[in-house]
Design a protein around this ligand. Structure first.
Ligand code: NAD
Ligand code: 89V
Length: 338
């Protein structure tokens, strides 16, 4: 399978390492509007076809899919162009800045008959997958309460300076992952209430968000995120879990420690492996990049819908919109209204 990457920035380097390790995939072309980044990535990964214009690259073709690793404002035009060119698409999160753009992208891929997957990788992290497996096996009975928590003081702005500049920050960038994890455990959401705060005076958006979700399944979830939490040991980028079920409890604690209590107690270290190209503390995220990209390839090969498809991601994105609306208006939001 041949692929092309659009956007050769900070996070795309992880995509490229992961593609290199996925059997049967060859990235044959790269595109970035910034020629320095483009050439540096082409040199690192030995790719000869380089473009500063995605339209030119798509017009020349010669690949089965594009991997869009740009920031959100370019996603809709790039996805629509790729769909019109008749290639499969994997696109980074946040999928879109609003629901209308997201729906248009899903429609474009559907019309083209091509797979569109969102690179929503947090649910693919191996510690989260281990917890999902335990819950799905019935180890704690039927869940009725779920907390997904991400609290950190890590300086994300040095690697991703744009995160300090947008009016929206933590819900759109990070909360989106944490909300998606809540969906993976408890299903789709009926109602959502949120509060937000900005603690860091040097950024434009909110860096603390606390969300209360009522799922259609009857589960209540608390999803809380903060980049203003100065605590040692620093847990970036771990998502911690507390899930209570009718027959027991599951906890994913700091340091990737998974505990399941029912009639017995089992404790497991579910630390992610450190891939050869990865570095701590990002290794958890980096491994999930490899897993999600492998999932994309498998889905194309078997003609199946990816778990985190564009259509599926509309439901995660709706929670982001609901959270901002709820925090702004100070009221509970019916998610189906979005
Ligand atoms: P970045 O700014 O470092 O890189 C983006 C690159 O895209 C830049 O080099 C830019 O020149 C290029 N670009 C922008 N528009 C383009 C266009 N129309 N055509 C070609 N190139 C274009 O950003 P980043 O930190 O690498 O983030 C990229 C995306 O990845 C963001 O959406 C971010 O939210 C996401 N991200 C995801 C994770 C995760 O774990 N899933 C982690 C970090 C970042
Ligand atoms: O995963 C992300 O989207 C990143 C980070 C973990 C820093 O929030 O932007």
């Amino acid at each position: 399978m041949k692929g092309a990457l659009i956007g050769c920035g900070f996070f795309a380097q992880n995509h490229m390492h992961a593609w290199r390790d996925i059997e049967g995939v060859d990235i044959v072309a790269l595109c970035d509007t910034d020629d320095d980044r483009l050439q540096a990535t082409a040199h690192s990964f030995n790719v000869t076809r380089t473009y500063t214009d995605a339209g030119d690259m798509l017009a020349q073709g010669g690949f089965d899919f594009v991997d869009i690793a740009t920031t959100v404002s370019s996603h809709r035009p790039l996805v629509e162009m790729a769909a019109a060119a008749g290639v499969h698409i994997i696109c980074q999160k946040p999928f879109a800045g609003n629901m209308a753009d997201a729906r248009a992208m899903v429609e474009a891929a559907k019309t083209a008959g091509k797979t569109l997957m969102v690179h929503e990788n947090f649910r693919w992290q191996s510690p989260i997958q281990a917890a999902l497996e335990a819950v799905k096996s019935g180890a704690i009975g039927d869940p009725f309460f779920c907390r997904v928590s991400f609290r950190s003081g890590y300086d994300v702005f040095s690697g991703q300076p744009y995160l300090a500049e947008g009016k929206r920050f933590i819900i759109e960038d990070l909360g989106i992952h944490i909300l998606d994890i809540a969906r993976a455990f408890a299903g789709d959401v009926k109602q959502l209430t949120a509060t937000t705060k900005r603690i860091n005076a040097n950024i434009q958006g909110e860096d603390v968000a606390t969300m209360l979700l009522q799922h259609h399944s009857g589960v209540t979830s608390v999803v809380d995120c903060s980049y203003a939490t100065k605590r040692l040991p620093e847990t970036f980028p771990q998502s911690l879990l507390e899930i209570d079920g009718t027959n027991g409890t599951l906890r994913l604690d700091a340091g990737y420690q998974l505990t399941v209590q029912n009639t017995n107690e089992t404790r497991k270290d579910v630390s992610p492996p450190l891939l050869s190209w990865a570095e701590k503390p990002w290794h958890n995220i980096q491994q999930s990049v490899q897993t999600i990209q492998q999932h994309f390839v498998n889905c194309i090969a078997t003609g199946t819908e990816p778990q985190t498809s564009g259509a599926d991601n509309l439901k995660t994105l709706a929670l982001v919109e609901a959270a901002y609306l709820s925090a702004f208006h100070g009221k509970m939001i019916e998610v189906s209204d979005l």
